[in-house]
Write a protein that binds this ligand. Structure first.
Ligand code: NAI
Ligand code: MG
Length: 358
């Protein structure tokens, strides 16, 4: 098998962790016998935006749409371009135009990564957040009236469509059904948000009938955030609307330690368009250029990408490799954010070396 991958390293530490992500993928392709045909695009703030005054070329959509997947680092360089311009001009274009309606974030406590939650051991926390990524609270329906007067009135509507809600729920139910625990938790707030959230709950209940073997529960978002911290062992697959999912998908990884290891996937499950795999972290201007960024977030994204492409055994081998290297915790190898004195390269090389076919 051969896969065409578009590579966008972006800015800052994106350019430092990307080579390690590619190194791991290369090792996996050799061990498992598939081809990766990568094409790099220098669509960054620091270079591309500085020269062209926009984040992407006008034909980006046609250029990228035929790739099997997009492997993305991080964009943003506030000295050159304001963050809302770099984000809307790049990542959010991909999510919307490629209809990546699932944002998937694993939340897993790894050996060797200190958790901010006291008394939690690896194995206690291992769940997935599925966030609706295209509609909901993040709509452009609304406006401002009587601007600048005492009567100033601002409205922004939540938009839920049956198609939009059902397709992300379907993905979450299928995912839950594929896992050992077969447990799905839905985030709601139907007590306060009394139109859209009861609708969401109703769609969950209707779909649950199709998945009798999946145990379903729901929590209001306020107590759900508390439970992420107090009882992270309660969760297996958590599905949420765009806003709630945004919050949960940052809170989850925060409960498991450094942001440097957290991965995310923006998925178009219909496969009409490429999906995009990116670490949760940004370009980290405060540490950029020092070679100390943790590459595990990027490498973990690579594992998710392999899984999406159907290379499940290779994905598992990459996952096993970074988990083993972090667990070994050799301080001359691992990066400072997990207590070591190693570099992006020493950690990336150790992981690539540990990738092997069974
Ligand atoms: P950030 O994630 O870049 O950094 C937050 C903190 O975490 C910093 O102290 C940084 O040193 C640390 N950190 C991040 N990744 C790390 C890694 N791999 N290893 C070790 N430490 C790591 O978030 P921040 O500072 O809010 O944003 C910086 C720039 O990145 C902005 O321009 C922002 O817009 C952009 N950004 C881009 C994202 C993307 O491309 N998806 C996501 C988040 C931010
Ligand atoms: Mg966020």
């Amino acid at each position: 098998n051969s896969y065409r991958i578009a590579v966008i390293a972006g800015d800052g530490i994106g350019t430092e962790v990307m080579p390690e992500g590619l190194r791991a993928l290369q090792a996996a392709s050799e061990a498992f016998g598939f081809e990766l045909d990568t094409t790099e695009f220098d669509w960054s703030s620091a270079n591309y935006y500085s020269r062209h005054g926009q984040m992407l070329p006008d034909d980006w959509f046609d250029t990228l749409r035929t790739f099997d997947a997009i492997f993305f680092g991080a964009v943003g360089w506030p000295d050159v371009v304001p963050d809302h311009v770099s984000l809307w001009g790049s990542l959010l274009q991909f999510r919307r135009h490629f209809d990546q309606y699932v944002n998937l974030r694993p939340v897993k406590l790894l050996a060797g990564v200190p958790s901010p939650l006291a008394g939690r051991a690896p194995g206690d926390i291992d769940f997935l957040v599925v966030r609706e990524n295209t509609e909901g609270e993040y709509s452009s329906v609304g406006g401002i009236m009587f601007e600048g007067t005492e009567r100033e009135t601002v409205i922004q509507e939540t938009v839920m469509t049956r198609t939009g809600v059902d397709r992300v729920l379907r993905y979450a139910f299928e995912l839950a059904q594929s896992r050992e625990a077969k447990h799905l938790t839905s985030a709601t707030k139907s007590n306060g948000i009394a139109i859209t959230m009861p609708y969401w709950d109703g769609r969950v209940a209707a779909m649950a009938a199709d998945y009798p073997d999946v145990r379903v529960d729901k929590f209001h978002i306020d107590i759900l955030t508390a439970n992420f911290v107090m009882h992270p062992d309660w969760f297996d697959v958590v599905v949420a609307s765009n806003l709630f999912g945004d919050i949960l998908s940052d809170l989850g990884p925060a409960c498991t330690g450094t942001i440097g290891v957290a991965p995310s996937a923006n998925i178009n499950p219909d496969r009409r368009f490429p999906s995009l795999f990116e670490p949760v972290h940004g370009s980290a201007p405060d540490i950029a250029g020092r070679g100390i960024a943790n590459p595990v977030g990027q490498i973990w994204c690579g594992a998710m990408m392999l899984d999406h492409l159907g290379e499940h055994a290779a994905a598992a081998a990459v996952q096993d490799a970074f988990e083993a290297v972090l667990a070994r915790g050799d301080s001359s190898v691992v990066t400072p954010d997990v207590g070591g004195s190693g570099t992006t390269q020493t950690l990336g090389q150790a992981i690539a070396a540990a990738i092997a076919a069974p």
